[in-house]
Design a protein around this ligand. Structure first.
Ligand SMILES: NC(=O)c1ccc[n+]([C@@H]2O[C@H](COP(=O)([O-])OP(=O)(O)OC[C@H]3O[C@@H](n4cnc5c(N)ncnc54)[C@H](O)[C@@H]3O)[C@@H](O)[C@H]2O)c1
Length: 271
């Protein structure tokens, strides 16, 4: 398969690109390299790898990179609540407007599959944290980041795409694990880094539950969606996580701390 990965130099993208190449696909990465391009450096000798430095807001670049591909995995975004809150106009342009432009051009150019990276943040805060959320649960975005993702999802899932394009939405849990482009703003990675390097971790919101998933499992899920029978993915949404990987932040911190016996997690009174 010939696959365009937008945001392929990022945390998930640089793991996914390697997996797709290892499975014999041709991969074209489009990325504006906000965080640099080091995560892709080792891939340049690969025969089936192409890199284009460019912005998904640029329609001319999009036409060029889409031509000749079968599938799009759309990861490029301003990612997370803090980043979107800091750069609101950019977040709307990239996460919403450019995503829709990419969708329209994919339809026009006869691409077969379009996988959209969405997030479990779309569900917002739930009244009862012990009730499992499913793909049918209400979406209650509480940040601009989630609002932009929900807005794109609605179009992908409700509009009849032209030219037979099969659109699929994957709502990832919070990701963790090693990647060539590391993110230390993600809970598990951050906790591990702080316990290892500072020997101390202050946890806020110990009681909050979140779902987690390893970055390689995210890459596997995307591969699965790319290769699944098209009727299983067309206009479908899937939560990408595991019910056994839901943790309260306090419990998660304790589990990680067990690997660093000298490190400590002060309680509220001793902070
Ligand atoms: N990491 C998580 O926990 C998580 C959870 C749920 C959903 N997601 C989604 O997965 C996708 C990838 O996330 P990530 O963790 O790899 O983030 P990341 O920030 O590491 O990667 C995003 C990549 O997109 C690129 N990019 C940003 N704006 C661009 C633009 N205008 N044009 C071209 N490239 C641009 C960046 O340079 C970066 O390489 C995002 O859509 C994100 O919303 C991530």
């Amino acid at each position: 398969m010939k696959i365009l990965v937008t945001g392929g130099a990022g945390y998930i993208g640089s793991v996914l690109t390697r997996l797709l190449l290892a499975r014999g696909n041709e991969v074209r990465v489009l990325d504006s390299l906000i965080y640099g391009g080091h995560a892709l450096l080792g891939l340049f000798p690969e025969d089936h790898f192409t890199f284009i430095k460019g912005d998904i807001r640029d329609a001319t670049v999009l036409r060029k990179v889409l031509s000749g591909t079968n599938a799009v995995v759309h990861l490029a975004a301003i990612v997370g609540d803090p980043a979107c809150a800091r750069r609101q106009t950019l977040a709307r342009e990239v996460n919403l407007e450019a995503s829709l432009q990419l969708l329209r051009l994919s339809q026009e150019l006869g691409i077969q599959r379009f996988i959209f990276a969405s997030t479990c943040s779309n569900y917002g805060r739930t009244a009862d944290p012990l009730v499992y959320l499913t793909e049918d649960s209400d979406l209650r975005p509480v940040s601009l980041y989630a609002e932009t993702k929900v807005a794109v999802e609605r179009i992908l899932l409700n509009e009849e795409p032209a030219n037979g394009l099969a659109t699929c939405v994957l709502r990832f849990a919070t990701v963790f694990g090693l990647s060539p482009r590391m993110r230390f703003d993600l809970t598990v990675n951050q906790f591990t880094m702080e316990l290892l390097t500072h020997g101390k971790l202050v946890v806020f919101g110990e009681q909050f539950w979140r779902p987690y998933i390893h970055v390689r499992d995210v890459a596997e899920a995307i591969c699965l969606a790319l290769n699944a029978p098209v009727e299983k993915t067309r206009k479908r949404v899937y939560n990408v996580g595991d019910s056994s990987q839901n943790y309260q932040k306090g419990k998660l911190a304790e589990l990680i701390r067990a690997n660093f016996p000298a490190a400590r997690i002060p309680d509220y009174q001793n902070r």
